[in-house]
Design a protein around this ligand. Structure first.
Ligand code: PMP
Ligand code: GLN
Length: 429
């Protein structure tokens, strides 16, 4: 073969013609343009987790930000988890959750929530309530469906609904009491409504919805043949004698309610990632299919420890509620003294405040100021509202030691001083 024909063969084998190169280039660009899904583009990054990453890099911060307890887990639970690993419970578990754990959940549901559920067909263990929420929505919502949520809402709900292809439909919880208007709620229901997502006790406001409020929701669900998805992760954290009521116990609601909870908050094990869903068999079947492909199963050795947790005696729950109520009271005094306005939380471990009187442009700016100038980490309230809402709220988490809350008091005293100086420096008219 002559040198010319060899070169031609080489070019034809290994090189692209110019039009081919152009085609490849455009295809590559196309791929780059379309490689990020629409759903991943329209959900915003989590403010809570974003802030937590930033805060973890700053020394000497007093952290009342992300909702997680700063005290140790009960020894008995740590030992149960360690023993399960030592006993080689280290492989995938039953996809729906260890049968013994599902039985423990059934006992707890009956005893605490007043709901009778069959562990075989109605209970599924998930990777946190976070996965439970996603699985429930993915199993029930079709593109174009609307899901009603009270606003403010736990920041995950907007992305959860969006990822499932649904459209959030917001109904205001009106400050300062954070109650809803029954007519506004009724107006949100329509033929596109698939579900209403209810969180009680409520993050961020600390509301514990009353029977009368839940009854209004239930009546509308029945009228419009709509599903209730309830997030009851803070169910044990209710104060001053308030009572947690599960939506599924209201007449006619058991068959149209998906109840979600988990171990993260009650037992202070947010890193264990154990949640669960209680739902009628047909919903459980659909949701289990989604759950199986999302995560396969929750961490097996921790499920074993979860059984021990759920079987803890009344003293544990009583002690926990007393502890949180005292911390809430301590923080409320501190926040009030510093000039924040709020309704005393009836539940959860958050204090949600109106910070508009401090004169910041918005809560992001105030959050930044508290962090940088005072060394106090909080959560800026905007993430609990629809994107682009104009908000002036600061959320504090009080799942902290009394010492940490006392340290926050000092930081807020510094904040008060700085505000006085700022106001004095303002030109007088
Ligand atoms: N729902 C609400 C209202 C929450 O505040 C949280 C945060 N813990 C979750 C669900 C997620 O809980 P988990 O850790 O079980 O995923
Ligand atoms: N639920 C907790 C909070 O609201 C923590 C989980 C999260 O990171 N969003 O802070």
């Amino acid at each position: 073969m002559g040198i010319k024909s060899r070169a031609r063969e080489f070019i034809s084998r290994f090189c692209f013609s110019w039009p081919e190169i152009c085609r490849h280039f455009h295809r590559a660009q196309d791929i780059r343009r379309t490689a990020i899904s629409h759903r991943a583009t329209i959900i915003r990054e989590s403010n809570i987790r974003d802030a937590a990453r930033l805060v973890s890099q700053i020394p000497n911060i007093v952290n009342l930000g992300q909702g997680l307890p700063e005290y140790p887990v009960p020894q008995v639970l740590k030992e149960a988890a360690q023993q399960a690993i030592a006993a080689d419970v280290n492989q995938y578990s039953n996809t729906w959750g260890l049968p013994a754990l599902r039985e423990a959940i059934a006992r707890k549901m009956k005893h605490y929530n007043g709901i009778t559920a069959d562990p075989e067909t109605e209970i599924t263990v998930t990777v946190g309530a976070s996965e439970a929420l996603n699985a429930a929505l993915l199993a029930t919502v079709n593109p174009g469906d609307e899901v009603i949520v009270f606003e403010p809402f736990y920041e995950n709900y907007h992305p959860n609904i969006t990822i499932a292809g649904g459209t959030p439909r917001y109904v205001r919880l009106h400050a300062p009491a954070y109650t809803f208007d029954a007519d506004e709620l009724a107006a949100a229901f329509n033929h596109r409504t698939r579900a209403i997502l209810i969180n009680t006790p409520h993050n961020p406001t600390g509301r514990v919805f009353t029977l009368a409020e839940l009854q209004v929701v239930a009546d509308l669900c029945k009228k419009w043949d709509v599903l209730a998805i309830t997030d009851e992760i803070y169910e044990y954290m209710v104060y001053d004698g308030a009572k947690h009521i599960s939506m599924a116990t209201l007449p006619g609601m058991r068959e149209r309610t998906i109840t979600i909870s988990g171990l993260s908050k009650t037992f202070g094990v947010t890193g264990w990632r154990l949640g669960y869903v209680v739902a009628p068999p047909e919903y459980t079947k659909a949701l289990r299919r989604v759950h199986d492909y999302l995560t396969l199963c929750a961490p097996a050795p921790l499920q074993v420890a979860g059984i021990v947790a759920l079987d803890m005696g009344e003293d544990f729950y009583k002690g926990m509620v007393e502890k949180y109520q005292a911390l809430r009271d301590q923080l409320c005094v501190v926040a009030q003294r510093a000039g924040f306005k709020f309704r005393k939380p009836e539940g959860t471990y958050y204090l949600f405040t109106d910070a508009s009187s401090f004169g910041f442009e918005n809560d992001r700016k105030m959050w930044e100021y508290l962090l940088r100038e005072c060394g106090l980490a909080t959560i800026a309230g905007y993430c609990f509202y629809r994107p682009d809402a104009r908000t002036q709220n600061i959320r504090f988490c009080y799942a902290k030691s009394p010492k940490t809350i006392a340290a926050a008091e000092e930081r807020l005293a510094l904040f008060t001083d700085l505000m006085v100086q700022r106001d004095l420096a303002k030109p007088r008219r």
